[in-house]
Design a protein around this ligand. Structure first.
Ligand code: ZN
Length: 73
């Protein structure tokens, strides 16, 4: 799952994969090369947030799919 967050240093938007971040991969800012990785202490919290997000995404996709079907008649 792709996500983005602003670099704490230069505010460039950094793309990262949440599931990779959760698995311990670190990512770097394309602009200033600042590296960030997940603080192990916040992992349970983020895992929960990701689960919630994935569920929202699934519902959103279903909604989009439904409206597409309606539009196509
Ligand atoms: Zn940066």
């Amino acid at each position: 799952m792709k996500s983005q967050l602003p670099c704490p240093d230069c505010r460039t938007s950094i793309s990262f994969d949440v599931s990779l971040l959760l698995s311990g991969t670190s990512f770097s800012c394309p602009c200033c090369a600042l590296k960030f990785s997940l603080d192990p202490s916040s992992k349970p919290q983020l895992s929960k947030a990701v689960e919630g997000f994935a569920e929202l995404k699934r519902l959103d996709n279903e909604a989009k799919h439904a409206s597409t079907n309606v539009m196509r008649g």
